[in-house]
Write a protein that binds this ligand. Structure first.
Ligand code: SF4
Length: 251
């Protein structure tokens, strides 16, 4: 019996050796990219914003930024690597603050839809004994049986429409949501490209979900049957947290 997630499967697709380090040998990553740190802290801040909203009035923008500042400092360690030339910790720190401010100003008072889950874990059976786990940034309802799956992105790039169309992450999250709430009618997939203040919305048909599900089942079978985990070097190796111990690129 195995449990899969989009992160786990993507890791294998990107590089089987990285998958082995992380999920087979369970080696603690020797380093972490600052992009990952930035993403984690921004996610924590937006989670806090909506969690407070469920219990009381929203935090002010400055309170939310103070929360972000404190989280950044508390979790910043010497193991965090900056790969891009001519960029500093301050650049990343400031970019996260700008993302939060822009989001806050755009969506305040945050009543576009009713939040029903934050960092919510949803499971569905993938194959006989295997399950798929989705961890959704935010789930909201815009009508009685209409749901929205929100995903926060801190990357510099906004994907093209065709890349959005072929995205599998939120489609799999939709499968998980429909498993949890079989009454769901409309499900909107919502990507927030925070560095650009851009919101992208899309929907999937039942047939598209089935195709993605079949492909995911096949990938999970490939992973379970894998007996070797070769290195796959790409430009992404510069950001790999196992770079210092990887035989292909050790540095
Ligand atoms: S550095 Fe590259 S080849 Fe090595 S494990 Fe990481 S992604 Fe794979």
């Amino acid at each position: 019996m195995a449990q899969f997630s989009h992160t786990k499967i993507s890791c294998y697709v990107q590089c089987p050796r990285k998958y082995q380090f992380r999920y087979v040998e369970r080696i603690e990553p020797p380093s972490r990219s600052i992009e990952l740190h930035l993403g984690n802290v921004v996610h924590l801040a937006l989670q806090k914003l909506y969690a407070d909203l469920q219990n009381a009035a929203p935090m002010s923008e400055s309170e939310l930024l103070q929360f972000y500042d404190a989280q950044w400092s508390a979790s910043f360690t010497s193991a965090i690597r900056i790969v891009r030339a001519r960029t500093t910790e301050r650049d990343y720190f400031d970019s996260g603050r700008q993302m939060i401010s822009a989001y806050y100003r755009r969506f305040h008072p945050f009543n576009q839809s009713a939040t029903i889950g934050l960092e919510m874990r949803l499971l569905f059976p993938l194959a006989e004994l295997d399950t798929f786990e989705a961890k959704v940034d935010r789930i909201s309802q815009s009508g009685e049986n209409d749901y929205e799956i929100h995903d926060y992105k801190t990357s510099r790039r906004v994907p093209s429409p065709s890349q959005i169309q072929s995205d599998t992450q939120l489609a799999l999250y939709e499968v998980a949501l429909r498993h949890r709430w079989p009454d769901a009618k409309q499900v909107s997939l919502v990507w927030h490209y925070l560095a650009h203040g851009k919101e992208v919305r899309d929907k999937r048909t039942g047939r598209q979900l089935e195709t993605i599900l079949q492909r995911t089942r096949q990938l999970s079978r490939n992973i379970e049957e894998a007996r070797s985990f070769p290195t796959r070097t790409t430009p992404l190796c510069d950001w790999c947290e196992y770079r210092s111990i990887c035989p292909a690129v050790r540095s």
